[in-house]
Ligand binder design. Structure first.
Ligand code: DGL
Length: 276
């Protein structure tokens, strides 16, 4: 088998990264994907940078062992803290979600006032801010950590009044800064698009464009694979093979919500320790 016909490896701290798999599969249906969700150790968004980097290296090593042609870091938190380290340690293309999301936001925003929401660790890293400021000095970025949103999404409370209230609380301080674009900087937030779209008009007079970093990541990946001549030659529908480090009782039902269809049968794995 040629390199280009190897699968794409995607990892996340849990099941949220299936939103990225969904976008990759819809954009490049012939590509096969191996997905690793580190469900035993989720969330990464509340952990220290060294821990996030170590976990990300273990995840990437697992995917390398499966002979993938590229690694996609679907997790915003891991992309924010570990991307450079992964690029340094693993000899294959590594794509994160931060740069693609940041670049799309810069294109979409007219007034160059951009909001970013994400986990505590992602916001602490300022990765989105740096990625945008590196490309355009004059940009104004307003960030907000939203630690309560991941558990609400995993509970399936996508339009629940409590979720709407929590969103109102988190979005108010950044919306009053007259942002016209909001980056959804977490794997789970694409599932909250409808709720966010409902809350924003109650807080802002201006329309705000939502940037789904999962969607931008899939487009970025396709460009990267094209440039490297790594797009598959297969004309058949690609497969999705999921691996998880734990299987929680609700995980099948919830996973399908992220993937947008029934999750193929998954294998439980134990990751090898990676010494930094
Ligand atoms: N996947 C994480 C992210 O996109 C959210 C869940 C977690 O905190 O691990 O940042």
């Amino acid at each position: 088998m040629e390199n280009r016909d190897f699968p794409i490896g995607v990892f996340d701290s849990g099941i949220g990264g299936l939103t990225v798999v969904r976008q990759i599969h819809s954009l490049m249906p012939n590509e096969s994907i191996i997905y690793l969700g580190d469900t035993a150790r989720v969330p990464y968004g509340t952990k220290a940078p060294e821990t996030i980097i170590r976990f990300a290296c273990e995840d990437a090593q697992f995917l390398m062992d499966q002979k993938v042609k590229a690694i996609v870091v679907a997790c915003n938190t891991a992309s924010a803290w570990a991307l450079r380290e992964l690029e340094r340690r693993f000899a294959l293309p590594v794509c994160g979600v931060i740069t693609p999301g940041a670049e799309t936001a810069l294109i979409v925003s007219r007034n160059k006032r951009i909001g970013v929401i994400g986990t505590t660790a992602t916001i602490l890293s300022q990765a989105y801010t740096y990625a945008m400021k590196d490309r355009l000095q004059k940009i104004q970025v307003y960030s907000q950590a939203c630690p309560l949103l991941v558990p609400l999404v995993e509970e399936g409370w996508l339009m629940h009044p409590i979720t709407l209230k929590v969103l109102e609380e988190y979005l108010t301080p950044i919306v009053i800064e007259q942002i016209d674009t909001l980056i959804l900087g977490c794997t789970h937030y694409p599932l909250l698009k409808r709720a966010i779209q409902q809350v924003i008009p109650t807080l802002a007079s201006q329309p705000i464009e939502l940037i789904d970093s999962a969607e931008s990541c899939a487009q970025h990946l396709r460009r990267r694979l094209t440039d490297l001549d790594l797009l598959t030659s297969s004309a058949q529908l690609g497969t999705i093979t999921p691996f998880f480090t734990d299987e929680t009782p609700n995980f099948k039902r919830i996973s399908s919500r992220f993937l947008g269809r029934k999750l193929p049968s998954a294998t439980r794995v134990q990751l090898r320790e990676y010494l930094l």
